[in-house]
Design a protein around this ligand. Structure first.
Ligand code: ZN
Length: 177
């Protein structure tokens, strides 16, 4: 099942079907360049890109589906992460801090809350601590259920703008759960 908030769908061939793990993690990305949902869909439709995300959000706050939640997207440079995570690409500036629009940010909150509700993620937990990656299979409070692409690859993603706001995102989403 996918989000009812989606207004554009273009399923990408770049995926592994089905995912091999329960959905228990959220990974938010930035596109490092402004793309609307249609343009990002065209990008992910290209097999040569070897890339995709479950969802995308554009500058107008439109939400797109590119890979069914049941399937693993190729998004975070880490198979184990993408098997357990819903990945979301948010349209952003192409330069640091990779800022996103207020409309995209607002849609991100609603989309993540919807994903959590439908997948029985009762609370988002975020400590901004890469060292806790080894706790991903723990049931303790130390377990974060948000991960960052930059923890898996030499990238800035999701960029300072979203990374600095992750506590705010978590607080706003949890208020909706
Ligand atoms: Zn990324």
């Amino acid at each position: 099942m996918n989000s009812p908030l989606v207004s554009f769908t273009e399923i990408s061939p770049n995926k592994t079907s089905p995912r091999n793990h329960t959905i228990d993690t959220i990974t938010i990305h930035c596109t490092a360049g402004h793309l609307n949902v249609r343009a990002l869909g065209t990008h992910f439709a290209d097999k040569n890109q070897q890339a995709s995300s479950n969802y995308g959000i554009d500058d107008e706050g439109r939400i797109a589906l590119y890979v069914d939640e049941a399937d693993r997207s190729w998004c975070s440079s880490n198979a184990a992460n993408d098997n357990r995570a819903i990945t979301i690409e948010v349209s952003s500036d192409g330069f640091p801090p990779y800022a996103v629009t207020d409309s995209a940010y607002a849609s991100l909150i609603y989309l993540v809350a919807d994903i959590c509700k439908r997948n029985s993620i009762k609370k988002l937990r975020w400590s901004h601590d890469k060292a806790l990656l080894n706790k991903l299979d723990d049931n303790s409070e130390l377990r974060q259920n948000i991960t960052l692409h930059k923890w898996f690859a030499q990238k800035a993603c999701p960029g300072p703008y979203l990374e600095e706001r992750m506590f705010d995102i978590v607080a706003k989403v949890n208020a909706l759960l």
